[in-house]
Design a protein around this ligand. Structure first.
Ligand code: AMP
Ligand code: ZN
Length: 464
């Protein structure tokens, strides 16, 4: 089945055909590094990692370029730096905040089983013209001014939305729906309320770069136009991010890139993941239900978070619940016990097919359950097919023993003592002392240990 993807811009699911099948190019907006990433931020990380893996499978590992940027210039970062490191010069404090947060994000993403993207550029490296000639923000802004798509006003450079006849196509906003003058008090210097900042002046105590428009810093949107062009060219295949980015961020990226390069498109497919909410409530700091990836990783293996996220289709809202996590953990325990020590990397068509239908991960998980049942009763080939599918999807990074040990550590269980009791029980059974063997089984059960007897011997696991 050929790959089909839903495109937010044309609002339809279409067969995917890359511009160049030797180099399939995808850009996803990454984190603004001022705070720990929350479980909502994990969704695009996981969803687009699955897409990356699928594309690598379809086009070859060397034929996919995945760029996910790091936004390390933002007023929220400046505020955080001043708050957390009041004694340091601002630039140093900013570097501390962004380096720590970016390192934490990288370790969160790795724990979630996400492959590193091909490139992870930082915005601050793409503000000024570069020695290697890659695209940069200042040059893009100059081009926009030269082509009549941007103007200077009130110490800023602004994009002139009226200069682009089809501005608003992605989000469905029309310029004439916005009454000019409606927000005069705030935006008196703008020609149109939707005009947005490309460059703004910095005061002496704000981070800034020397530019033709004075010492200043870029607006948020221009960085992605620069970094995507730098690594993927003026027009590329897929652009992704969370649904909140459709407007204004992606709408404005499209406006900048198309008007600077004179192209009719920036990317050919626009993909957006829906939001994650927690126990049916919107996640927010004020509700106190703001859950960071780091906190969840203290209680759950990253693979449990990953599988749990994939239970919902990326275009449906996802409700993150403790009950769901517990079920997912049980599923993975079972899968680990069947497949972790079996070799195999090549995914079977059974999982590729649902993924090819706009990343239908719920159906893919149903297919995995089918493979699991075949593997549990079948032969080595069935087990290898199951293990291969799981590995391809970023699971089974540990051996069965490691997985089990981690769980014991988490529940404070002494594996040596359990193994000892199981040997005693085996010996009791061998001498047909069933009273004693039952007693030991009950003792283990009271410790939360469930045992399974089979031809190969006795195995055990922790009941949740
Ligand atoms: P930010 O660091 O806020 O720019 O967000 C990084 C990425 O996470 C973006 O793609 C956002 O759209 C996405 N995102 C933020 N909050 C959520 C959420 N609650 N659910 C799903 N995705 C989210
Ligand atoms: Zn972006």
């Amino acid at each position: 089945m050929p790959l089909r993807l839903y495109d937010t811009l044309t609002r339809e699911k279409r067969p995917f055909s890359p511009i160049d099948s030797d180099n399939v190019r995808i850009y996803v907006c990454g984190p603004t590094v001022y705070d720990f990433a929350h479980i909502g931020n994990a969704r695009p990380v996981i969803v687009f990692d699955v897409l990356f893996r699928l594309l690598r499978h379809l086009y070859g590992e060397k034929h996919v370029t995945y760029v996910r940027n790091i936004t390390d210039v933002d007023d929220k970062i400046n505020d955080r730096a001043a708050r957390d490191f009041p004694g340091l010069p601002l630039n140093e404090a900013i570097r501390k905040v962004t380096e720590q947060t970016a390192a934490q994000f990288a370790s969160d993403a790795a724990a979630l089983g996400a492959l590193p993207p091909t490139f992870e550029p930082r915005a601050t490296d793409f503000v000024l013209p570069r020695a290697d000639g890659k695209a940069d923000m200042v040059t893009l802004i100059k081009q926009l001014i030269a082509h009549g798509h941007a103007y200077q006003a009130g110490g800023e450079v602004l994009f002139d939305t009226q200069s682009m006849p089809d501005y608003g196509a992605l989000s469905g906003r029309k310029l004439d729906e916005q009454r000019p003058g409606a927000r005069i008090a705030v935006d008196a210097h703008k020609k149109n309320p939707l005009d947005f900042v490309l460059w703004k002046r910095s005061s002496d105590d704000e981070p800034g770069w020397e530019s033709p428009w004075g010492r200043g810093r870029p607006g948020w949107h221009i960085e992605c136009s620069a970094m995507s062009a730098a690594f993927l060219g003026d027009v590329f295949d897929i652009h992704g991010g969370g649904i909140d980015l459709i407007f204004p961020h992606h709408e404005n990226e499209i406006a900048q890139s198309r008007c600077a390069h004179g192209t009719s498109a920036m990317a050919n497919y626009w993909m957006h993941n829906e939001f994650v909410q927690i126990e049916e409530a919107k996640m927010s700091k004020s509700l106190g239900n703001f859950v960071t990836i780091r906190d969840l990783l203290a209680d759950w293996p990253g693979e449990v978070l990953r599988l749990n996220m994939l239970k919902a289709h990326y275009r449906s809202p996802m409700d993150w619940t403790l009950k769901g996590l517990e079920e997912t953990a049980k599923t993975l325990d079972d899968w680990y016990s069947i497949a972790a020590d079996v070799k195999g990397e090549q995914p079977s068509v059974v999982v590729i097919e649902p993924l090819s239908d706009d990343l239908n991960t719920p159906q893919m998980i149903a297919a995995l359950h089918g493979l699991r049942n075949k593997a549990a009763t079948g032969n080595d080939r069935d087990r290898s097919e199951f293990a291969s599918a799981l590995r391809f999807l970023g699971f089974l990074s540990e051996s069965a023993a490691e997985w089990k040990e981690r769980k014991q550590q988490a529940s404070g269980i002494d594996a040596k003592r359990i193994d000892g009791l199981i040997s005693e029980r085996t010996a009791a059974r061998a001498r047909k002392d069933f009273k004693e063997s039952d007693r030991i089984r009950d003792q283990l059960a009271a410790m939360g240990v469930v045992i399974k007897d089979s031809k190969e011997g006795t195995t055990w696991e922790i009941a949740r």
